[in-house]
Design a protein around this ligand. Sequence first.
Ligand SMILES: Cc1cc2nc3c(=O)[nH]c(=O)nc-3n(C[C@H](O)[C@H](O)[C@H](O)COP(=O)(O)OP(=O)(O)OC[C@H]3O[C@@H](n4cnc5c(N)ncnc54)[C@H](O)[C@@H]3O)c2cc1C
Length: 461
Amino acid sequence: MKFNALNEKHIRTLQHMVAPDRFSTGDSVLDLHAKDQSQHGPSRPEAVIWPLDRNEVANLLRYANDHRIPITGWGSGSSLEGNPIPIHQGLVLDFSRMNRILDIRVEDFQADVEPGVIYQHLNEKLRHTGLFFPPDPGAQATVGGMIANNASGTRTVYYGSTKDYVLRLEVVLASGEIIELGTRAAKTSSGYDLVHLMVGSEGTLGVVTAATLRLVGFPVEYSAAIGTFPSVKAAGNAVFEIIRSGLNPAALELLGPECIELMNREERLGLNVSPTLFVEFHSSSASHLAEVLEMGREICNQQGCTEFRSGLGKAERDHIFKARHALGEMIIRTHPDCGTLVVDVAVPNTAYPEIIAAIGDEMKTTGIMGYTFGHAGDGNVHFNIPGKKGDQKQWAQIDKLVQRLVSKALDLGGTATGEHGVGLGKKKYMAAEHGKSLDWMKQIKTLFDPNGILNPGKIFP
Ligand SMILES: Cc1cc2nc3c(=O)[nH]c(=O)nc-3n(C[C@H](O)[C@H](O)[C@H](O)COP(=O)(O)OP(=O)(O)OC[C@H]3O[C@@H](n4cnc5c(N)ncnc54)[C@H](O)[C@@H]3O)c2cc1C
C-alpha cells in the first residue's frame, strides 16, 4: 500500500476537524505515541488527535481514507507486541479523552462504555453494584485496547478473556461509515458474528467508538493459596492436574524461582524461593471453598509440593496479586541496561508441562536467562528475557530462542500469542499458525479496509 505523508493542507484541514487542544504535532506528544511497552523500536506518527465522539472519528477516517493517510488507534500504549506503534506514521487517534461510562444496567449485568475507559476505573465505578468486568491485564489498559488485543489476565482461566464480555460494538469503518454490531441479549445465533471478528483485530478492521460489556457478580467467598514446588516442571504438572480435576480455579499463576526472588525483594512477600503456584478459588459457600482448597492441597502434594499455604485472606491475596501484576515492571527495573523481550505463547493443558520443560532446556543449553511465569491455568506461559541494549549478538541469539519456543508451542497444538496479540512481533509466525486461512484473513482485511489505512503493517507478514 502506498500512503501519503501529511502536508500543510492536510494539517490545516485536520486541525479544523477537532478543537485546537485536541490536535498536536508537538515533539513530546509524537514521542509519547511512538512506542508501546514492547521491545520494538519507536516510530513517530505525524500528528496525534484526541477524538471526543463517533462523528469526529467518522469524519477523520473518511478524510484519511480519501487521502490515503494511515490511522492507528491508541489506548494506553501498554501493548507488548508493538500493536499500536504507527510504523507507517500518519495519524494516531488517542482515545484517552473518549472515556465516559455511558450507562450501567445492573439488572441486565451490562455496561456501555467509550473505548478510552480504563478497565480498573470501570471496576471502581461498579464496586457498589456487586458486579465487575473480569478481564484484568496487569497494566492500566483501556477497554478499546483490550477489545482490539482480546486481552486476558489472571482470572481468564475461570472467567474467560475480553472476547467473552463484548456483547455489542459501535465501530467506525475506514470509509467513515458507522456500524453497530451485536446485541444486548445474553445470547444470539443471528448471522455472522462480526463482534468477535472485531475483537482481537488490533484496530486493523475498524475503530471501536463504544461497547456494551457483559458484567458478572462479584464472588461471595474467595480464598487464595500458595504452593511451593521443587521444580518448575513439578509445578507445571500440578497445573495440569488441578485443571484436569475440574476444581475450576479462578486464577492459577505459575512463577519461577527467579520471579519469587524478585517479588520478595521488591514487595517483601517472604515466600520460599522456589517454583510457586498462586491459586485462587471463588465459591458461593465457605464450606465448598474449604473442600476445594483441601483437594488443591492433595493434588499439589502428589506432585511433590513442599509447602502449601491455604486460606489466605483478602489483604494477603491482594498483596500477592498486586506483586504478580507488577512483575513485568519489576523485571524491567532490575535490568536498567537491558531491553526485555516478552515471549507469550499458549498451549493445550496437556502440553503445559512440556512447554515449561522446553523453556528450562533452552536456558540450560543457551545460557540465556529469563523469567518464567504466566497464567498457567489457561496454558499461557510468559518468558521475559532481558538482553543488553545494543548487543546485536545477544539479541540474535534471543531471537533464535524465541523462534524455537514459538515453533514448539505451535507443534504442541498451541498459538504464537496467548493474549498480547500479533502486532509486529508475531507477524512472522502467522503463516505457520494459520496456513491457508491467513489468505482469508487478508481478504477480510481488504473488504473492510480496501486502502489499508487502518493500523497498517500489523498482523500480516
Ligand atoms: C506490565 C504489563 C502487564 C501486562 N499484562 C497483561 C496480561 O496479563 N494480559 C494481557 O492480555 N495483556 C497484558 N499486557 C498487555 C496490554 O496491557 C494489553 O494488550 C492491553 O489490552 C492494551 O491496552 P491499551 O489500552 O494499552 O491499548 P494500546 O496498547 O494503546 O493499543 C492496543 C491495540 O488496540 C488498538 N486500539 C486502541 N484503541 C482502539 C480503538 N478504540 N479501536 C480500535 N483499535 C484500538 C491499537 O491500535 C493497538 O493495536 C500487559 C502490559 C504490561 C505493560
